[in-house]
Design a protein around this ligand. Structure first.
Ligand code: GLN
Length: 481
């Protein structure tokens, strides 16, 4: 039974196809551990296997971030304002997984409306990191990451707006990938910042990430910004990095402040491994990446303030009745939104207000363009750029809750990619001690590439993953490099 829960998605699917493992048995094993969830990773778990049957993911249970609408099943986006909301339809991403044979194992906890880097902004309590339950799993897809790392799900999906798949994957010692903007449909994915949000997989290895992305990607008539990935996704097979050029942007690596020594060492070791595998590594620059966080915290709240205007107590979830309609709106939003969401709405409406629009939103958009140009320049000389995923390993619960700026800096290395619309993957590169001592915790290594370079990126990540040899099966089993 323990062994069942250690199979990768590829291994389990293979056994199910061969008739060596019953889909019901596999589902039941996961349902039992997910129901006993000691990490607060789940907000809801399925009783029955609602699988789509055959297909490449036949019999595979998937943990789904509670930001994806699931017909008839409570969907909260981590917010009290959506308590009791049961969507009348299912997100395309979830539907596609089902069509490939997967079933929804549960809905996972998250930072409210995907705003956060630690999962402490959830309206339903924080998620605990399976490596050390006094620490955060990262955010905002923290429930999905903790479920996969803690052996409570074989794989999961999440969303990434500024780092919310890659950063929790890094902090939990698993693989997390943000595809190119437009690769996966956003239909039925509750909106945070629509020009940045993308759905992607959180898995135990790179092959599983490819398997999930293969099912998820594709053009969807319900999302006019979706285009899919030309030719689809191939399973990665590469074992060397011969002929590939990797740029290390000094702003996000060597010269970046606040990177823990343990993270830096793991990063440098991994860069050396790239060279051992035949890859060429050289320093590069992304001169505007240092302004990524500033631009992101204007653009994302601006879009969020517009997207969140729809929660009024009339159409979805919570309703706090007032004397008249205006008071009902006010009370509902007062009671339903948490403090971080209110902060973002205020920041966003201010940045968009007439008279300030050009100074804030307009300027942030120009910075965004510059960041995209920096990447385009780097990709003239390099196939990929590599950085640490998170400046630190998992931090203690409460450590950054009183300091929004410190929290925002968790995404220093992950925010530039969604601003440029490009894909990036985080793979575990080993373990390191946190600053000031403590248990050995996972470190993430990030590979970013040009738009629609997913196949090449998965291949490179696959070769590197083999060379690193990280055992992500479960922290309880002493996974480590
Ligand atoms: N941590 C960032 C934020 O709070 C990114 C979140 C995300 O990618 N959804 O906005």
């Amino acid at each position: 039974m323990g062994e069942l829960l250690e199979l990768t998605v590829a291994q389990a699917a293979e056994r199910i196809r061969a008739g060596e493992l019953g889909a019901d048995e596999y589902f039941a094993a996961y349902r039992d551990v997910a129901t006993g969830d000691p990490l607060n990773a789940y907000l809801w778990t399925a009783e029955e296997d609602g699988s789509g049957g055959d297909g490449e993911l036949g019999g595979i249970p998937v943990a789904v971030k509670d930001i994806f609408c699931t017909e008839g099943v409570a969907t909260t986006a981590g917010s009290r304002i959506l308590e009791g909301y049961r969507p009348p339809y299912t997100a395309t991403a979830v539907r596609r997984l089902r069509e490939a044979g997967a079933s929804v194992l549960g809905k996972t906890n998250m930072d409210e409306f995907a705003m956060g880097s630690s999962n402490e902004n959830s309206g339903y309590g924080p998620v605990l990191n399976p490596w050390d339950r006094r620490r955060v799993p990262g955010g905002s897809s923290g429930g999905s990451a903790a479920a996969v790392a803690g052996g409570l799900a074989p794989c999961a999906i999440g969303t990434d707006t500024g780092g919310s798949i890659r950063q929790p994957a890094a902090l939990c010692g698993i693989v997390g990938m943000k595809p190119t903007y437009g690769a996966v449909s956003r239909y039925g994915m509750i909106a945070f910042a629509s020009s940045l949000d993308q759905c992607g997989p959180l898995t135990r290895d790179v092959t599983d990430a490819a398997l999930l992305l293969r099912a998820l990607q594709g053009r969807d008539p319900c999302d006019s910004t979706s285009v899919g990935i030309d030719g689809g996704i191939e399973l990665p097979s590469r074992e060397d990095l011969n002929g590939l050029r990797f740029g290390v942007p000094k702003e996000l690596a060597g010269e970046a402040e606040g990177i823990e020594p343990g993270v830096r060492e793991s990063f440098e070791r991994t860069v050396a491994l790239i060279e051992d595998l035949g890859g060429d590594v050289a320093e590069t620059e992304l001169p505007h990446a240092t302004h990524g966080i500033s631009a992101y915290y204007v653009i994302a709240p601006a879009e969020a303030s517009a997207n969140l205007a729809r929660y009024d107590g009339v159409r979805f979830g919570l309703r706090s009745e007032g004397a008249d309609l205006t008071e009902t709106y006010e009370r509902t939003r007062h009671d339903g939104f948490g403090p971080e969401v209110k902060r973002r709405i205020m920041l966003g409406t201010y940045a968009l207000s007439s008279g300030y629009y050009e100074a804030y939103y307009g300027r942030a958009q120009r910075v965004r363009t510059k960041i995209a140009e920096d990447f385009a320049n780097a990709f003239e000389r390099f196939d990929f750029v590599v950085t640490p995923t998170s400046p630190t390993v998992a931090f203690e619960l409460g450590a950054r809750t009183d300091d929004p700026l410190a929290m925002y800096l968790s995404d220093y290395c992950t925010v530039p990619m969604p601003l440029a619309g490009i894909p990036a993957i985080s793979i575990p590169s080993g373990l390191a001690e946190p600053d000031g001592g403590g248990p050995q915790l996972p470190v993430g290594f990030q590979i970013a590439g040009p738009a629609f370079s997913e196949n090449g990126m998965l291949d490179a990540a696959h070769a590197l993953e083999r060379a690193i040899g990280f055992d992500a099966s479960s922290p309880a089993n002493g996974g480590g490099a």
